[in-house]
Design a protein around this ligand. Structure first.
Ligand code: NAD
Length: 452
């Protein structure tokens, strides 16, 4: 057992075995404690997000503070119903007997979080894990240091009983945690690191939930109201400066409509002061990567300050499929526009893509939407808008294929972080009939006659 990782796991394990997270009232109490701390530390939380990512207040308030509160409240309210024992009918040949399914916690859950929504993506899995009855070791991202510090403080305030422990630090600390034995690993981050986490988890046969990234396509049909489409696509793209795992990564537009769409985008860009109110890149290094990806074909709407992590929003009106920007997840305020000729071309293109977390489709024709969503499996589909499906706590969030596996948010998180345990209870009767004891011949005759 090594260093702070080992200590944290030991504490979380002791706490789990002590039963501090098992009963429904205990779980509700923990969620209430977290809710109170989130409310009390609201201004610190918004300040940390401004420090790490320069998030505009409105974005931070809605996507991190309020979203998290909403989830805690929903889970607290509905938990009793979700965890209710489910009775099932038992076969008559086992009577007298009862059968049911209980949802059981796994035990100690490791949560590894990314930096783009550093508070929400750290604490939302914690909510699910606690609601499901587990204890947690949480490793926030080292790349958002103000949020990392704040989360550590909030956890100490909310969970004085040690139900959640925070391990701060970078890759080495994350790897030290993966050396430990957990009962479940919840990882949010890049596909590259997700693969490594899954490999390490497999060594100990630990179940994992992987929330990964990828390129989410936004497919446009012909004959749309381009102004409305442009507003909705760009609003999704530039939220948090494009650093959202399910942001529209690129747009696929019919070649005959490319000009109309690009024109509408340029008009919207002129009207909306994005350059003044947009989050920063998490670091100058990330800003440089984005500028390299954008290349020199982009239309630029504002001034760059890469040393401060600020880059102006960009549109690449004629991106080619083999451009660098189409080879990896953009994860920044750059929107490449690629085109397709006809239905067959679109079908072929979609078939060549990795499965994304989200698929966006703008069309008035349900058959078009149906064709597009059947061709490319994705974690979610949003029609005629972007990102809204993931702000809906009653829908599950998660990927498929290269974008990960497993689901969370509200009820889905509680179900993912617990397992259904099958329980059968027979009664001790004085006369024990129906047992299968040799000699079998009479029973066998009976079975063949009646169980057809
Ligand atoms: P990342 O994979 O670099 O890091 C995520 C976490 O893993 C961090 O806490 C980091 O310290 C840790 N880590 C890094 N290297 C590790 C290693 N070798 N072993 C173990 N842990 C390691 O991801 P990031 O840059 O923080 O986040 C951006 C990525 O996350 C994007 O690809 C984005 O699409 C994805 N993402 C996905 C979701 C989702 O819900 N599916 C949400 C947010 C971000």
């Amino acid at each position: 057992m090594n260093g702070k990782a080992g200590q944290a796991v030991k504490m979380a394990r002791q706490c789990f075995l002590g039963g501090g997270t098992r009963s429904l009232p205990q779980r509700r109490r923990l969620l209430r404690q977290l809710e109170e701390v989130v409310i009390r530390r609201r201004d610190d939380l918004l300040a940390a997000l401004a420090e790490d990512l320069g998030k505009p207040g409105l974005e931070a308030y809605l996507s991190e503070y309020h979203f998290l509160l909403q989830e805690i409240r929903l889970v607290r309210r509905k938990l009793g119903r979700w965890l209710k024992r489910r009775r099932v009918v038992s076969p008559p040949y086992f009577w007298p007997c009862r059968s049911w399914i209980d949802r059981e916690p796994y035990g100690v859950v490791l949560v590894i979080a990314p930096w783009n929504y550093p508070v929400q993506l750290s604490l939302s899995p914690v909510v699910a894990a606690l609601a499901a009855g587990n204890t947690v070791v949480l490793k926030p991202s080292e790349l958002a240091p103000a949020a990392e510090r704040l989360i550590a403080e909030m956890v100490v305030e909310a969970f004085p009983g040690g139900e959640v422990a925070v391990v701060s630090g970078g890759v080495e600390d994350a790897q030290a945690l993966l050396d430990e034995k957990f009962d479940f690993i919840f990882f949010t981050g890049s596909t590259r690191v997700g693969r490594e986490v899954a490999r390490r988890a497999a060594e100990q046969l630990t179940p994992v939930l992987l929330e990964l990234g990828g390129k989410c396509p936004c497919v446009l049909d012909r004959g749309m109201d381009w102004r409305v489409v442009a507003r909705r696509v760009l609003a999704g793209k530039f939220f948090n400066a494009g650093q959202t795992c399910f942001a529209p990564d690129f747009v696929l537009v019919p070649s005959v409509e490319r000009e109309s769409f690009v024109e509408a985008c340029c008009q919207v860009m002129e009207e909306v002061p994005w350059a003044d109110e947009m989050a920063r890149m998490i670091s100058p290094k990330h800003a440089e990567r984005c500028l390299d990806l954008a290349g020199d074909k982009a239309l630029v709407f504002g001034k760059d300050e890469p040393t401060k992590g600020r880059i102006a929003p960009r549109l690449i009106p004629e991106a080619a499929w083999d451009d660098e920007v189409m080879m990896e997840e953009v994860f920044g305020p750059i929107l490449p526009v690629v085109s397709y000729e006809d239905g067959d071309d679109l079908h072929e293109r979609l078939g060549s893509l990795e499965n994304p977390l989200a698929l966006y489709c703008f069309s008035k024709n349900p058959a078009f939407v149906d064709r597009v969503s059947r061709r490319l499996a994705s974690g979610s589909v949003c029609v005629n808008d972007t990102m809204k499906q993931s702000a809906q706590l009653k829908l599950p969030l998660g990927g498929v294929g290269a974008s990960g596996f497993g689901r969370y948010r509200g009820r889905f998180g509680v179900e993912s972080l617990s397992y259904p345990r099958a329980i059968m209870r027979r009664y001790l009767t004085r006369k024990d009939f129906g047992e299968m004891l040799p000699p079998y011949c009479n029973i066998y005759r009976w079975v063949r006659k009646f169980l057809r």
